[in-house]
Design a protein. Structure first.
Length: 287
């Protein structure tokens, strides 16, 4: 009788211990990393007009598997179209006129080079393809994915550039906060650094490397900053390509203080019409 009672007591303790573990331990690794689980949560949030965390959006986007056969078909289609209909195909191989910073590109050769690569995800392949087309710096020639490029990554602030005078009475160009939707007290603060680099050079580099709507660097620089015409602007702080990091740091010099602002990307989905198609595509690709 005592043996049975002790056994029952041990069982009770074991049940309580397991229940306690279930409460205090995080979800299993498989659930945390399961792309279907992540994409379902992202989809549900968007349906409720809610924002999602950068890491969850990234995990979902990068969960679409790379399909070499599909990638080959895409390369075939893009190469065929560009070879037959892009009138600047040969001109794109030439060195740019003096004063321009874009580089010549042998489009078909670079597209063919993608066939030799293996990518971790479909998104990585699409990004590589987009980057090749972007080298043209042709505002009328873009490769756009209805699912990936309908995500919106927003810093909830805009920047602008002005010419000012320093302490030695010399003119210099600086970056300032134009409109911070989350903290208006930052408006008109000078941005001295972005992610540890001089702010002006950071914007120039971004305009050179990430904006493809014009061959003129000055135009691309303006497109990175606050809205002037509404459409092709604010591209540094409002993006459609997955940013490399989940947040951006700004070293601000304001009238009354200087401090470092760390701002996370808020993530939304821009076109609800494609939402079901995109997330259903994710589920179907696993069948």
């Amino acid at each position: 009788m005592k043996i049975i009672q002790v056994y029952s007591t041990l069982n009770l303790y074991l049940i309580l211990f397991v229940a306690l573990l279930a409460i205090i331990l995080p979800p299993s690794k498989s659930e945390q990393t399961d792309p279907n689980f992540t994409c379902q949560n992202v989809s549900k949030a968007f349906k409720k007009n809610k924002l999602v965390e950068y890491d969850n959006a990234k995990k979902c986007i990068e969960s679409f598997p790379f399909d070499a056969k599909l990638a080959g078909d895409v390369i075939d289609a893009v190469s065929h179209f560009m070879s037959n209909y892009y009138v600047f195909l040969n001109q794109a191989k030439e060195e740019p006129p003096k004063g321009f910073t874009y580089k010549p590109v042998d489009l078909i050769k670079e597209l063919e080079s993608l066939r030799k690569e293996t990518f971790k995800s479909d998104y990585d392949f699409v990004t590589a393809l987009r980057n090749i087309i972007s080298k043209l710096k042709d505002g009328n020639t873009q490769y756009f994915n209805l699912c990936y490029q309908n995500f919106i990554y927003d810093q909830n602030l805009t920047l602008y550039s002005v010419i000012t005078t320093d302490n030695e009475n010399k003119k210099k160009q600086i970056i300032k906060v134009f409109d911070d939707k989350l903290d208006p007290s930052n408006n008109d603060c000078e941005v001295s650094e972005i992610d540890g680099k001089p702010a002006l050079q950071t914007i120039i580099d971004f305009a050179n490397d990430n904006i493809a709507h014009s061959k003129d660097l000055g135009v691309r620089f303006n497109m990175a900053l606050a809205p002037s015409i509404g459409t092709f602007s604010q591209l540094f702080t409002l993006r459609k390509d997955l940013p490399e990091t989940s947040k951006v740091t700004y070293n601000l010099k304001c009238l009354e203080k200087s401090y470092t602002l760390t701002r996370k990307w808020s993530v939304a989905f821009s076109n609800i019409a494609f939402e079901n198609f995109c997330f259903d595509l994710r589920n179907n690709s696993q069948k």
